[in-house]
Design a protein around this ligand. Structure first.
Ligand SMILES: *Cc1c(COP(=O)(O)O)cnc(C)c1O
Length: 379
């Protein structure tokens, strides 16, 4: 039976706002009436809540997730001459932040099933210049941090987790920021914990990272009128207020994302032409994105077009890997260590289905129905 045509959005920001409007509005009012808008008490409160949520000693609010990465790199002494090992099937900012410091990005392949960095590929890419490993917890699931930690210990490397996409996730026996020097977060609108604009944070147990990122984000100043070269990248108190209100709901929202993911996966279990997201046993995937892959790269654009025509705002994350971007590497030193077939397959075959906590059963079921219809038509 053909389902009645519906329109399914990719994001639910306005629905989310309406659901918790009173809490957000109260925090905004509090900030506006306090007269303290930058490095004020609301930021301090949110930083405490964020550290508590992660079980880390420190959390530092910054302007965005990209700044969170490169300010952390700077604080850890990463700069020209250093190499940072990461993946190319990620949002561009992961490599961009490495380049901002003057360091070199070295790309290794991702695991076929999780699409996160493949620890088995890291060792062969290590050189005397290697300074850090930068795993990305892609789509909302942690990379294999235990294996990454072992390699880092063996070669005395720093580890910075790009956790823009997986707040609230954990691995089998480890938490985010537990096995690394620091983890960075993005609060841009569409992230699982998103403000209505830009924002970011660093969470860490390292007092030096805390001290230096705090200083760097505020013109190299930790004492009135005293400066060393830094930057201006602070999380505004208005955004901190929005995030503080939303943080109270993040666990419930992660559970809802997992519920919709399970509904998608159950509905799509019999398909012949697509691969479903993989959950590593013992890990909590928080489904920033629900990413399926067409078995054949030639089918990807076809399915995407079909879904869009059926009213479903499906997207791709990320159809062009970093090393495939025009002009790569723009004069920046960058290196691909070994073949990266999994990252390239991921870029060629990925499709993100609508995923946000405020989805409805009807929207998920309609999306499943349309994917099944496409799958039936493929021969
Ligand atoms: C969103 C994102 C970033 C950058 O965050 P911004 O807040 O947009 O600067 C970095 N890395 C990954 C993997 C992301 O998804």
């Amino acid at each position: 039976m053909l389902a009645t045509k519906m329109s399914v959005a990719f994001y639910g920001h306005v629905r989310q706002y309406h659901n918790i409007k009173a809490e957000i509005d109260a925090n905004l009012k509090e900030v506006l009436e306090s007269g303290q808008y930058v490095l004020g008490p609301m930021l301090k409160r949110f930083e405490q809540e964020l550290a508590e949520f992660h079980g880390t000693k420190y959390a530092i609010g910054v302007g965005n997730g990209t700044d969170a990465l490169w300010l952390t790199f700077k604080a850890l002494g990463i700069g020209p001459g250093d190499e940072c090992i990461t993946t190319t099937n990620t949002f561009f900012a992961t490599a961009e932040a490495i380049w901002i410091t003057g360091a070199t990005a070295v790309f290794v392949d991702s695991e076929a099933r999780t699409n996160c960095i493949d620890p088995a590929m890291i060792e062969a890419a290590i050189t005397p210049r290697t300074k850090a490993l930068v795993p990305v917890h892609l789509y909302g699931q942690c990379a294999d941090m235990k294996a990454i930690r072992k390699i880092a210990d063996r070669y005395h490397l720093l580890v910075i987790e790009d956790n823009a996409q997986a707040i609230g996730a954990y691995g089998d026996g480890f938490k985010i920021a537990e096995l690394s020097d620091a983890a960075t977060i993005s609060f841009i609108i569409q992230k699982n914990l998103g403000t209505f604009g830009d924002g970011g944070a660093v969470v860490t147990n390292n007092p030096e990272v805390d001290r230096l990122v705090r200083k760097l984000r505020n013109h190299g100043s930790d004492q009135r009128s005293c400066h060393s070269p830094g930057y201006n990248s602070r999380l505004d108190d208005l955004h901190a207020g929005i995030l503080s209100a939303k943080l109270r709901h993040i666990e419930e929202w992660s559970d809802l994302r997992r519920k919709w993911a399970a509904r998608y996966s159950k509905g799509l279990a019999g398909t012949k032409n697509i691969t479903l997201p993989y959950e590593t046993p013992g890990y909590r995937h928080v489904y920033h994105l629900y990413v399926i892959e067409t078995r054949q790269a030639a089918h990807r654009d076809e399915l995407l077009k079909f879904l869009n025509e059926e009213g479903i705002d499906a997207k791709c994350h990320y159809p062009i890997a970093i090393h495939q971007q025009e002009g790569y590497p723009w004069g920046h030193e960058a290196r691909i260590a070994g073949p990266i077939p999994n990252s390239e397959r991921n870029a060629a075959c990925c499709i993100s289905l609508p995923m946000f906590p405020e989805l409805t059963e009807e929207e998920v079921d309609y999306t499943v129905d349309r994917v099944l219809e496409w799958d039936r038509r493929v021969r």
